[in-house]
Structure formats: C-alpha cells, structure tokens
Design a protein around this ligand. Structure first.
Ligand SMILES: NC(=O)c1ccc[n+]([C@@H]2O[C@H](COP(=O)([O-])OP(=O)(O)OC[C@H]3O[C@@H](n4cnc5c(N)ncnc54)[C@H](O)[C@@H]3O)[C@@H](O)[C@H]2O)c1
Length: 330
C-alpha cells in the first residue's frame, strides 16, 4: 500500500514514523505548505516532498491519505482525496464542526472508502486495558466517568492557528477536548450535552480556554469533562466508576507522565484474600499513533469500519456544536 501524508508538522511526522514501521506499507509523498518541513520528514521516513496537497490527492499511485493539517484545511483535502479514490485518516477534529464532519463522512459514503478519525487516545495501553476491564464486567455496570485533559500550552499560544477562529475553529473543548468527548462515548455510548461552563481564564482568544462539561446518556449515566489549555502542568486523568469497582488512569507519556492504571473492587479492604489495589505502569513510549495507524490499515485491508471512525468524529462534533450553540464565555 502506498501512502501520502498532507502536513509535516508535529502529527504529520508521527504518522510518517508510524508508516515507516509498518511492513507492506510505504510513504510515497508528503506535502506541506512549508516544503522544508516535508523534506525533513521525507529524508527521515522516505517518500518525496511536495508543497502542494493536490499532488497527493491526484496521484493514481496512492491508496491511502493521512491528513494532519490545521482544521480549516482538512475539509477540502479530505473530500478531494475521497473523491479521487483514496481511503482517508484525518486527524481530529474532522473539520471544525458537525456540518464539516458530515460533509467528509458523506464524501466517504459516496466513494465507498474507509474514513478514520485520528483518535489516538483510544490506543494508549491504559485506555485499552480499562476498556477490556469494563467489557469483562470487572467494575460491574459503568455509572459515571470523570476526565481531565489539561494542556499547559506555551508562550504565545494565543497567536497559534489552533486558537484562531477560522483555522482552528474552536476552543479547549474542540482541541484538545474532543478526545475527552470521544473517550466518553467510547466508554458510555451515546451522550447528550447536559450543562457546561466555558471560561477564558488566561488566554484572550475568541473561544474558551477552559471547558467544564457534563454529558449524560439517555439513562442518566454521566460524563464530567474538563478540557483546558491553561494547566500549570500537562494533565490527563480518567476515573471510571462502576457499581462493583473503579478504574483510575493517569498520564499519557512525555510531560503528561507515564501511563498508569489502578483498579479494584468496591470495599476491597474488607476482602482479606484480595485487598491490594491493582496497578500497572507502562513505558514512557507513545505508540498510540503507531497502533492507530495499524488499525486504519487493517480496516482498509478488511473493508470494515475502524475503531474511531468518521462516524465517531461526527457524533463528537455534534456534542461540541450543542455546547457551543448555547455559548456564553466568562
Ligand atoms: N491526537 C493528538 O494528540 C494531536 C495532537 C496535536 C495535534 N493533533 C491534530 O493534528 C492535526 C495537525 O496538528 P499539528 O500539531 O501537527 O500541527 P502543526 O502546526 O505542527 O502542523 C500542521 C502542518 O500542516 C501544514 N499545512 C497547513 N495547511 C496545509 C495545506 N493546505 N497543505 C499542506 N500543508 C498544510 C502546515 O504548514 C504545518 O506544517 C490537527 O488536526 C490537530 O488537531 C492531534
């Protein structure tokens, strides 16, 4: 399989690295408006650099396109790639809102091609372990989740495209908070926005830098989310509360700390034979993009919907749209 990547920034480089490590798959072209960036990536991971994404979508030689650009660029590139017969992995969010996500999803349906959204958090080892514990019923019936994703950002973050109303399209809830919305759906299923408080605590940007959101399932199970771009120190935590036990996750490599999971049964201390909290800590090596890229390729090879599909991104975008539709930022 031959792959083209549009975008050679932070995430485009991670995807190029992933492709270079997967047997039977080859990076053929990488595009970036900044040709120097594309050249650096290609020198390291293979392929030819270009500064025009059209070279990628129009190439008859490519099977897969990965899109890792700013958010406003994703829609025309994804739709064109699908219309020209490529399977697409597009980094989250899929466009800037549900309407743009829907346009991309419909283009994939019309073309009969696989569309995956970049939801790499599903592929961290502690998230996968938590999901298998929930699936096997270890904590009984999952009742509510609490999640925090706090990004410390950096000086002049308010000047980056990520927080620009046009190029980024949203605040902390859209980026990086869409990962929390997606993980809430991953664990709890269908959710609706119930209430929210959006705040500009530090950055003077058009959108919020802190989003506190409650989502509920039709049966009243709850997800409590806090997404932030003003944390003192990068933070990622998830607490899952079941009728029979709990699971706690923290870290996601690098400045977020090593991924760690701890879990136990309710009132475990009463059980003389098994009262020690179970913990597992994983290496400080972020393989989530690699694992997710393998899933994308396998979904293409077996012609099935991937874990973290375009439909998942569309549902997450609808929830975020709903929160933003009643937006008051304090
Ligand atoms: N899953 C995660 O943990 C995670 C983390 C960061 C970013 N992301 C997502 O990845 C995507 C890219 O983010 P990034 O951090 O790599 O950004 P970045 O700014 O590091 O890189 C984006 C690159 O895209 C290029 N670009 C923009 N428009 C283009 C166009 N029309 N044609 C060709 N190249 C173009 C830019 O020149 C830049 O080099 C975004 O969707 C972002 O939300 C995901």
């Amino acid at each position: 399989m031959k792959v083209g990547i549009v975008g050679a920034g932070l995430i485009g480089s991670k995807r190029a690295d992933a492709i270079s490590r997967i047997p039977g798959v080859e990076l053929s072209l990488q595009a970036d408006l900044d040709l120097g960036r594309a050249s650096v990536c290609c020198a390291k991971y293979g392929g030819q650099p270009t500064c025009d994404w059209r070279d990628i979508v129009l190439s008859s030689d490519l099977d897969l396109v990965i899109i890792a650009t700013q958010h406003d660029a994703a829609v025309p590139i994804a739709i064109s790639a699908l219309e020209h017969g490529k399977h697409v992995l597009c980094e989250k969010p899929l466009g800037r809102n549900a309407s743009e996500s829907l346009q991309i999803v419909q283009a994939a349906e019309r073309a009969g091609k696989i569309l995956k959204a970049g939801f790499n958090y599903r592929y961290y080892p502690h998230v996968k372990k938590a999901r298998s514990l929930v699936d096997e019923g270890y904590i009984g019936s999952l009742q509510y989740v609490k999640m925090v994703l706090g990004h410390a950002a950096r000086p002049d973050y308010d000047k980056e495209w990520r927080v620009d109303a046009h190029a980024g399209g949203g605040g902390a809830l859209l980026d990086p908070g869409i990962h929390l919305v997606d993980l809430s759906r991953y664990f709890l299923g269908n959710l609706n926005a119930s209430s929210q408080a959006l705040q500009n605590a530090y950055w003077k940007t058009p959108f919020e830098d802190n989003a506190f959101v409650l989502l509920t399932t039709p049966e009243g199970r709850t997800a409590s989310l806090h997404a932030s771009t003003t944390e003192w120190k990068n933070t990622f935590t998830i607490d899952l509360f079941g009728t029979d036990g709990y699971i706690k996750l923290q870290g996601r490599c690098g400045f977020y700390g090593r991924p760690k999971i701890s879990y136990n049964k309710r009132w475990a201390w009463l059980n003389e034979n098994d009262n020690v909290e179970k913990t597992e800590e994983y290496p400080d090596q972020d393989d989530s993009f690699f694992e997710e890229t393998i899933e994308f390729i396998d979904a293409v090879r077996t012609n099935r919907q991937p874990n973290g599909s375009g439909y998942d991104a569309l549902e997450a975008a609808k929830i975020i749209d709903l929160v933003y539709s009643t937006r008051t930022i304090h």
